[in-house]
Design a protein. Sequence first.
Lengths: 438, 296
Amino acid sequence: MNKPKPYSDMPLRNRDIKVIVNAGLARRHAAEQRFRWYGLTAISLGLIFVVLMFGSIIAKGLPAFWQTYIQVPIAFDAATLDPQGTRDPQALASADYNALVRSGLRQLFPNIEGRLELRALYGLTSTDAAYELQRQVQQNPDLIGSNQAIWLLAAAPVDTFIKGNIDRALDEAERPIKNNQIEWLDQLQGAGKIEKQFNTVLFGNGDSREPEQAGIRGALMGSFFTLLVTFLLSFPIGVATAVYLEEFAPKNRWTDIIEVNINNLAAVPSIVFGLLGLAVFINFFGLPRSAPLVGGLVLSLMTLPVIIIAGRAALTSVPPSIREAALGMGASKLQMVGHHVLPLAMPGMLTGSIIGMARALGESAPLLMIGMVAFIVDVPKNFLDPATVLPVQIYLWSDLPERAFVERTSAAIMVLLAFMILMNGLAIILRKRFERRW
Amino acid sequence: MSTTAIETESVLGQPLRSAAEPRQKSTIEVTDYNNRQTVGKITVDNPKMLCREVDVYYGQKQAIKNVSLDIGANEVIAFIGPSGCGKSTFLRCLNRMNDTIPSARVTGQIKLDNDDIYAKEIDVVQLRARVGMVFQKPNPFPKSIYENVAYGPRIHGMVNTKAELDDLVRESLERAGLIKEVEKRMLEPGTSLSGGQQQRLCIARAIAVNPEVILMDEPCSALDPIATAKIEELIDELRENYTIVIVTHSMQQAARVSQRTAYFHLGDLIEIGDTDQIFTNPRHKLTEDYITGRFG
């Protein structure tokens, strides 16, 4: 009896709870500690990747918000622009502004001769320079006859070089910018005739083959029209569906099947919706290709299940006591829903919808199917104009080899992400603002 | 050592002999626990509501079995009984709140004055305007105090002008004994009031549409004794104008506020009678067991 018995041999009643708990305590604490470390590791890994991604996008895309301009002395020669002196807009529009740009450049470097050399010189400015002069003259015909120093858009290789993305040490044949051009640019820079200005082109222009003239205006407007259609269709239909299914529909096999199918639809790959849109809206109904209207219809199909599911969740979270109170007062079912349940569920529904819309904003695959992947220079003005959207624009640019497009791709991604963050922020604000306690 | 076990069992099954001390003058008529025929007079001289052979099913399960009783005009009738005995279910039949539960099915006849409330031509909207309800948990709408009371008159189109509505809201709050507390804060949310005030707000909301009957489903179970006392006082005053049916777990409350009491047990109406009689001279053994606290 002196020898202590092993603890596990003691009858249950005689065991001391303190000893039992203490024996296991170290193990429990270790498990807790371990779990905490797993969590921390997972979160830090995630954060590192997010920082890496944002860092690389911002590092690549930030320079795209500035654009190189060259100051060129332009003589608005009346003989070239308006020989008749009529100031007729038609005549002014068709005048040879390229000649003005060229003579201006020659004026900067009077010693250059020879066809090839001159061509290299003319290559410093963008082809947009002539149009810029045309715009200025049309806006202010009084310029004709005067001499002005005008900031002209530099060509993309020049811009890339000025931003330090072309290595001088590289062999001349491997550079898009030649030795003599580098020499001239150095001179211009020494004279303060090269400047980086905020890139208004990026936000003001549609797509272009020339990187320095390419902008996201067209894609932004396309995204705007597409999302507008999506919202106008999917929000009312989604809310109405959620309300009907949750509040009015009888609970039977049919509604079960509908519910399962809606949940399945939310998981259907988005490109399938694109194929559906192609088959139904374009082939069957004959709607135009590449149009924001069709894009919006397709994205509505994709967003609807998300809105319905979020809406139903929001409706179920309204406490039954509110419904009972309303019904007990003699409110009809529609009054109960309209006066009490829906207002209380609205923040949740809005949040779900905005998150669905944010997903639609970032969607590209289904839009490829309905032709919104075309190269479109004009900024769309309505729902039927051919258009593309931001993510597709990013996809298009990411395919192009020019260095200047690489940074524009990243810049477009930054703009897209900014809109996403804006929408998600709006969702959070709405939820916080309209959330009511009961 | 084994006596404790036996005692425990006897509590679950039959009441303990020692606890069931014989009364000086026992009025128990039914001693058989299996005799579930209603004891007592179910009719009154001046009925407001008539319930005959009411059965309620939830799916396959029968929650109310063949209950018949009258509810007199301007009386407070209390439904008592252990949890799950069906008293709330029966209460909710009286304004067809059970309609909101898809699996619930009600048979039998319930009349309000002379209208069968389950008849096809009766609209629940009209019925619920005539038979108001106050719930167990205070459930004011997440709107202002004013809007809470104004809601009923507004949806039923009872008033034409803003001034009329203002008067009606004031009067209802006054009758619910809440006006002094909320006079200055009519536009504050109803949920900002204390529990007892919220419940009185719910009563004000119910009487704003001037119903004929008010159903109260354990209106004080979530309240402290002081708030409870105020509500009970209020019930006593409201009796002048309304018929009140109250479900309660507190037998003291039933004794204090009601004129008649009905005792439910497992879906059966076991005994009904004047409150005094039920609490002093119960006629069914089950009733006696319950009110003396032997089970429930």
